[in-house]
Design a protein around this ligand. Structure first.
Ligand SMILES: O=C(O)c1ccccc1NCC(=O)[C@H](O)[C@H](O)COP(=O)(O)O
Length: 267
């Protein structure tokens, strides 16, 4: 079983346990409630476009299967506020509990303190998790092509949009990028990390981005270590970078985000 398959199996077990406690129709009510005060999806998408420079999506990430423990984040809202002060365009909150030590409570706490768009970063394979994301204050939801069949991907994209959420569709190779485009994704993340082997290949974005038509939002994910990496992705045409490990392991999250934003400005 690949790492991704193992994580998805755990996510399915966990979501069934939550569904037994909170039925989906209760979540719908909360999701619609948040939808009334949430930014419009078009506004969220436009905020990620790198028209005048690279955007930074800064991640709340405590630990990772690839690297083990990263940071003991006792107050995710305080960290998100620092990211916002540094100029982040959006915050990614890892909500997966088993391997990343995240939670929906983290998402909700960050929502209560920060006005930026929030991404629920998890292993979403069921409609329940999409409704749950909105109910806990997400504006974007991650959908990983490698974890979903064609029909499932199309259905989850449609559901996300119905709820006002922006689906961030994640790919790792050219074939997956073609599937994301065929499914009508407007925001596509190219993950340099192969979720089956955990290897990070910094050339992935350069290889895959050509398959993503102009006009769609292209995000380079994983392995961004410093401003030089950000500048390289900006030159390659990325609208945004999604950064976790290097931000949570540093001692100045606001300064680190500001440095990435500065490095991604056009010369
Ligand atoms: O981070 C991992 O080890 C990992 C392993 C298996 C599946 C997903 C994983 N990470 C999720 C992500 O996509 C990253 O958290 C995100 O892109 C940020 O990456 P990084 O800046 O390298 O922490």
């Amino acid at each position: 079983m690949s790492v991704l398959d193992g994580i998805v199996a755990g996510a399915r077990e966990d979501l069934e346990a939550r569904r037994a406690v909170v039925p989906e129709d209760r979540l719908w009510e909360r999701a619609q409630e948040y939808g009334q005060r949430a930014p419009a999806a078009a506004e969220v998408i436009d905020g990620l476009r790198g028209t005048d420079g690279l955007r930074v999506i800064a991640e709340i990430k405590r630990t990772s299967p690839a690297r083990g423990p990263l940071a003991d984040i006792a107050d995710p809202a305080a960290l998100a506020a620092r990211y916002a002060a540094g100029g982040a365009a959006a915050i990614s909150v890892l909500t997966e509990p088993r391997r990343f030590h995240g939670s929906l409570e983290d998402l909700e706490t960050v929502r209560s303190e920060v006005r930026l768009p929030l991404l629920r970063k998890d292993f979403v394979v069921d409609a329940y998790q999409v409704v749950e994301a909105r109910a806990h204050g997400a504006d974007l939801v991650l959908l990983i092509v490698a974890a979903l069949g064609r029909r499932e991907l199309a259905d989850l994209i449609a559901l996300a949009r119905k709820l006002g959420l922006v689906p961030l569709v994640e790919v790792h190779d050219e074939q997956e990028a073609a599937r994301a485009v065929d499914a009508g994704a407007e925001v596509i993340g190219v993950n340099a990390r192969d979720l089956r082997t955990l290897n990070v290949d910094p050339d992935t974005f350069a290889r895959v981005a050509d398959r993503i038509p102009a006009g769609l939002v292209r995000i380079a994910e994983s392995g961004v270590r410093d401003p030089e990496d950000a500048a390289r992705y900006a030159r390659l045409g990325a609208d945004a970078v999604l950064v976790g490990s290097s931000l949570v392991t540093g001692d100045d999250p606001a300064g680190a985000v500001a440095a990435l934003v500065a490095a991604g400005r056009p010369a």
